[in-house]
Design a protein around this ligand. Sequence first.
Ligand code: ADP
Ligand code: AMP
Length: 213
Amino acid sequence: MKIIMLGAPGAGKGTQAKMIAEKYGVPHISTGDIFRANIKNGTQLGMEAKKYMDQGLLVPDELTVKILLDRVAGEDCKNGYVLDGFPRTIPQAQVLDEALTELGDQIDYAINVDVPDENIIKRMGGRRACLSCGATYHIEHVPPKKEGVCDVCGQELVLRDDDKPETVKNRLQVYHDQTQPLIDFYTQKNVLRTVDGTADMQDVFAAIVAILG
Ligand code: ADP
Ligand code: AMP
């Protein structure tokens, strides 16, 4: 099962992707998490990606496509995967499509988690992230057991630099300009399904399970 999560930053792609990965036994692949892990480890890729991420801009396609194609070639991706945050541009989607076509394969579903911009701005300010294990929380909707501490690995939770209000506005603009056209791209391929991302997260998940079967 090969699934793509589409939606604005903060729509709940990561939250749902983790639940899908667990239920269907496929890896959750987040390009944002891969970049953040590289930043944390001080790699060349991390330093390059950070320049763009801090401004709310997309990391250039050349860098992003390579890490994604390497990742999906992994042994654990044989039975599928759920992509969270990739593709974010039409050229990225085309490269993925070509790579899959070469293997006689294709994406099964692109799930569009639909949330209006007003809700996004409120949500992002409340998001807290663990940069160690990638877990995400929300100070109101999904609080950790102990304030500021990750339930999973005990590390400190942070407000991501790119979740600060000015950067969120840029990210939304970038989303509308560069990522939203993917909705048409996957509609034409007949794999797009839209769910209401403003609902409670368990209800959003139930809607996704109804699609995936
Ligand atoms: P994305 O991966 O699309 O950027 P996240 O999954 O990280 O988004 O969700 C953004 C924030 O909103 C997180 O703090 C998360 O806990 C919270 N969240 C996710 N889904 C919902 C929902 N259905 N209702 C309320 N808050 C949500
Ligand atoms: P995310 O964790 O998915 O919200 O991603 C955080 C940031 O990482 C984005 O704002 C981009 O700067 C960068 N990024 C993640 N995925 C991609 C991608 N597919 N293409 C370009 N940049 C990306």
